[in-house]
Design a binder for this molecule. Structure first.
Ligand SMILES: [Zn+2]
Ligand SMILES: [Zn+2]
Length: 293
């Protein structure tokens, strides 16, 4: 299984000097497994970069993907209008997200491209599109077993666990961890995972200084959950828009002191999950951007 990071930022994009080592695009991560469609976790502005890559690889269409949406806050959907593969009739995408109250996932997504907000509505996106609404449940996408759980976030949010070939990745962002101990729902979702991607938007000091109830967690809360769930690797994710590269390096170092197998997500990061007991390879093979072989 391969996991790639196209957007690692929370809130809004940060195209500023001093923030580009980690990256300025908002949430978008891909998961590829043999025998499964391309899975895209969230459609923040990072999905634009992914889309351009896919169009270069498949100029005649034929792309099949599933977009798993944690929730519909802007930093998780704002890349959709700029995702070029949606404009080719030979491509096919399924959007899967949290079942809303009193409306549909399709209506909510179309609303982002209402004429008041964007000049091109979703009906002009000629790829085949389908929409599936879920809550706490499990289902298959080819060989991938997908499970989702409700997280603690204003308006609701889904955490995802994807498993195939004896390996598991968990994507749990936009979640407010409360209390001093591990968080039961998150630990259950992440138990024994090879790669655990978690919301570390704030430092513990920032969280204590008036950010309670805003729906996000800290690196320390990530470490507490990672330890309790017995994961192999922790990825610090959904970096605050006001944290620069130096601050993120410091956060990464602090997390590593408590949980040495921590890494702050960077745009361009690639992780290959080999699973357990499959040979001499490490469970998670990390390729940092710019260091690929
Ligand atoms: Zn977010
Ligand atoms: Zn959110």
């Amino acid at each position: 299984m391969e996991v790639r990071f196209f957007g690692v930022r929370g809130g809004v994009p940060t195209p500023e000097a001093g923030k580009l080592r980690f990256g300025g695009n908002t949430s978008c991560v891909t998961v590829r497994a043999a025998g499964a469609p391309l899975v895209i976790l969230d459609a923040g502005t990072g999905i634009r970069i992914l889309g351009n890559e896919l169009v270069r690889q498949h100029p005649a269409g034929g792309i099949e993907g599933v977009i798993l949406l944690s929730h519909l806050h802007w930093d998780h959907i704002q890349g959709i209008p700029f995702f070029k593969p949606l404009f080719h009739p030979g491509n096919r995408f399924e959007f899967i997200g949290l079942r809303p109250v009193g409306t549909s996932l399709r209506c909510q997504l179309e609303g982002q491209q209402n004429y008041a907000y964007f000049p091109v509505d979703m009906s002009h996106m000629s790829a085949a599109k389908s929409f599936r609404e879920v809550a706490d449940e499990s289902f298959q996408l080819g060989t991938l077993k997908v499970s989702c759980r409700l997280l603690n976030h204003p308006g609701g949010c889904l955490g995802w666990r994807l498993e195939a070939d004896g390996a598991a990745v968990v994507y749990a962002t936009d979640n407010e961890h409360t209390g001093p101990g591990p968080e039961e729902a998150v630990v259950e979702l992440a138990r024994g995972a090879d790669l655990f991607i978690f919301d570390t938007n704030y430092t513990p000091e920032e969280y204590a200084a008036g950010r309670q109830g805003w729906g996000h967690s800290t690196w320390l809360q990530a470490v507490i959950n990672a330890r309790a769930a017995g994961v192999d690797r922790l990825i610090l994710f959904h970096h605050d828009q006001d944290h620069n590269d130096d601050q993120l390096l410091e956060i990464e170092e602090l997390a590593c002191r408590e949980f040495p197998r921590s890494l702050a997500a960077r745009e361009g990061l690639r992780v290959v999950l080999n699973g357990r007991g499959t040979g001499p390879e490490p469970r998670c093979l990390i390729e940092l951007p710019g260091l690929e072989a």
